[in-house]
Design a protein around this ligand. Sequence first.
Ligand SMILES: [Zn+2]
Ligand SMILES: [Zn+2]
Length: 282
Amino acid sequence: MKIDSHTHIPPKMLDLALHSGIANGLGGIIITDYSGVAPFEALQTNRHDRTPVLHHQHWDIKKTNDPRVLRVDHARDGVQGTIYVGKGQEVESEKGHILALGIEKAIPAGMSWDKTLDAIYEQKGIAVFAHLFGKHSGGCGQKVFEEAWKRYSGRALGLEENAQYWNSNTNFQANQLATRLGAPLLFNSDIHGAYSISMFGRPYVQANLFGKKLYSFFPGVFGSSLFDGMKEVMINRPSSIGRGGEYNATMETVSWWVDSIRKNGWKKISGTLKHALKGFKK
Ligand SMILES: [Zn+2]
Ligand SMILES: [Zn+2]
């Protein structure tokens, strides 16, 4: 099953994103907003700001036997198909960003990294350190992951390559660390609905590229067993996780950086940008 497990899709862009995901062959996506699990719940109730998230003439949103997974069928105009949507969050822990996949309830931001992991595992979730080496943009750094790998051995714990860090050392280092430790490495788009800074005079919309950006391939995982399947693969056969899709193109990355600088301030991320540029020169 092709799964993108790191996405920031606002409810109003879900229609476009799911359309694109189905058209590009994704089997599952996990919504990992910073704010908590509200975007998943908006889809579950098909309500956001008093309007439907998806049009019911075209879409059918179904519960599955896993309350953390919805099955979404698209039946009309053009693409026909099914995509599974999973519940998750990108938790801003004290040390940096940790993906909490397959949780039921939102996890508070600002806790230490180990308290955050405890909270994820209490809910039988999966923990993935997001952009671990992006130290100035929310990565927890190598030390933290090595410590976690020791302390939480036998749990579903992984790290990622992130399509937003186009061709950078950040991904290369994550890949090397995963290989050295035998840790599961996921491939994620970290896709956003739209960047507020435009590339060509209008907001750049990423939602229509779902399934083209990085995604993982989990062999033997199907349908609503998304999280149970991912967990089993991550614990028992991490090296079988495959990669598909593309990194961002240069201009997309540039517009993402400009957007991040605007939101977070230059100081916070200048170091990571230097890293990225180093990768660019190679
Ligand atoms: Zn992040
Ligand atoms: Zn993210």
